[in-house]
Design a binder for this molecule. Structure first.
Ligand code: B12
Ligand SMILES: Nc1nc2c(ncn2[C@@H]2O[C@H](COP(=O)(O)OP(=O)(O)OP(=O)(O)O)[C@@H](O)[C@H]2O)c(=O)[nH]1
Ligand SMILES: [Mg+2]
Length: 381
């Protein structure tokens, strides 16, 4: 039987001693910050600490990973409609890379996007960075609360972007934000040709798989849009949006439009309109990645054309296969992490319940099985 203490514990109460408070509830929308590491800088410890502190303060943090180029960072900031790029520079390349970032922001249609820089920045370089358009420069020892404040002050009300200065994709990204805030959007709308949902348990490899498929599709001359959901904290309303990390934007550039969104539970109320905007902006093929799903999370099926359930070896036995829920909504199955033990047992058990639905085996990290899966989902014209 459940203990009384467990049963009376509200879901809004923090489970750790770390102070998790929504410090941003008063702002016009949830702040979205892109944490950027450009160039050959492997110092990722600081940026991870900053990411956690911001998340625990109610901010939506997008981390695009190490070794970004100025262009890939500018594309990420635009597509994610970030309020601010927080650039952490430790490799003494700030005087070269930061001005290039400002240039690329102009090239991708968001010249006015706020950029803050922190890390190891000599005093005498600050002026140069400010002159090239950086809002503020922060040093080692900056308190986490000051960093939260920096993000908060960059968060201003969203208004539709002006066609004169903004690219079509920048407008799409902003329109998605407006839809998320429940506002009306006046823009071309069209249901994309093919919308595929990818669902499955946390860590099954959904992002790696969609990233590998999108990269392959780009190689075949296509453009892909991806909407990726990650969990939002029920305590602080913050989120760490880490799915886009799996795509190498240095390689695919603008041919993949990637938007990360945070959710508590399965709320797809805005998705149909977002999909129509994506179609209206000229993307025919869309992948939607769900928040890591449980057995009962089946709502995605009603919004997409085709549902792919991603499974990994070693997560259960044949009894699991007969349970109602997520396995019933699959139009096709992917056994990812096929490099793990138990892969053939899982395929055998799936064959038992698949009733003719296809089963694909993939090793997403090595690109194995990805081409076959892509051709099944998006047949060549
Ligand atoms: C830990 C560390 C490492 C670890 C990194 C571990 C990791 N995974 O991150 C290891 C040992 C691997 C390492 C390696 C190297 N390091 Co090192 N490293 C450090 C050290 C000691 C601390 C960095 C750190 O984590 N600080 C803690 C975090 C929380 O702070 P932070 O990142 O600075 O962030 C704070 C502020 O800067 C600010 N901030 C940062 N970014 C942003 C962004 C915004 C928008 C805002 C608002 C604020 C903000 O807020 C944060 C909180 O206060 C520093 C020295 C120092 N005291 O800073 C040297 C240091 C950064 N390293 C240095 C060097 C040279 C190297 C190496 C090249 C050494 C070598 N020859 O091999 C390699 C390079 C590795 C690589 N691949 O890039 C130099 C850089 C010199 C420079 N740029 O001029 C430093 C300054 C040491 C020195 N004095 O020479 N390093
Ligand atoms: N060995 C192995 N690792 C994989 C494979 N696919 C993905 N991974 C790793 O599994 C981890 C999780 O991958 P993600 O793609 O983030 O998984 P996800 O399902 O998107 O995770 P959530 O979004 O958190 O639910 C990463 O460390 C990947 O590198 C695979 O085929 N084989
Ligand atoms: Mg993911």
């Amino acid at each position: 039987m459940l203990s009384c203490a467990y049963m009376t514990s509200p879901t809004t109460e923090p489970t750790t001693r770390l102070e998790k408070i929504d410090r941003c509830g008063h702002l016009p929308h949830r702040p979205r910050v892109l944490l950027g590491k450009m160039g050959l800088d492997g110092h990722d410890r600081g940026v991870k600490l900053i990411a956690r502190a911001l998340r625990d303060s109610g901010i939506h943090v997008i981390y695009s990973g190490l070794w970004q180029t100025p262009r890939s960072l500018a594309i990420s900031a635009r597509d994610e409609d970030a309020d601010v790029i927080a650039c952490s520079m430790m490799s003494n390349s700030h005087l070269v890379l930061v001005p290039r970032l400002m240039e690329e922001l102009k090239n991708v249609g968001r010249p006015e996007l706020t950029v803050d820089v922190g890390g190891i920045i000599p005093q005498e370089d600050i002026d140069t960075l400010i002159k090239c358009g950086v809002r503020s420069v922060y040093h080692t020892g900056t308190s986490m609360l000051d960093i939260v404040k920096a993000v908060s002050t960059a968060t201003t009300e969203h208004i539709p972007l002006d066609l004169g200065t903004s690219s079509k994709t920048a407008m799409l990204a902003r329109n998605i934000s407006l839809i998320e805030e429940g506002k009306e959007v006046d823009a071309p709308k069209k249901r994309p040709r093919s919308i595929t949902g990818f669902t499955g348990s946390p860590g099954a490899g959904k992002s790696t798989l969609t990233a590998a498929m999108a990269t392959e599709a780009v190689r075949n001359g296509k453009k892909i849009a991806i909407i990726a959901y990650d969990p939002m904290s029920p305590i602080s309303s913050g989120a760490l949006l880490g799915d886009r990390l799996r795509v190498d934007f240095n390689n695919v550039d603008e041919k993949v439009f990637y938007r990360s969104l945070a959710r508590v539970g399965e709320d797809y109320s805005t998705l149909p309109e977002i999909l129509d905007l994506i179609g209206g902006a000229g993307f025919d093929y869309v992948f939607v990645e769900t928040v890591g799903a449980g057995q009962n999370d089946v709502a995605i099926r009603s919004v997409v054309d085709k549902t792919v359930v991603v499974l990994v070896p070693g997560m259960g036995d044949s009894v699991q296969m007969d349970k109602a829920g997520i396995l019933e909504i699959a139009d096709l199955f992917v056994v990812n992490k096929a490099d793990y033990d138990g892969e053939s047992a899982l395929v055998r058990e799936l064959l038992d319940i698949a009733s003719g639905r296809e089963i694909f085996e993939t090793i997403a990290t090595q690109g194995k099985g990805v081409i076959e899966l892509l051709h099944h989902i998006i047949p060549e014209d």
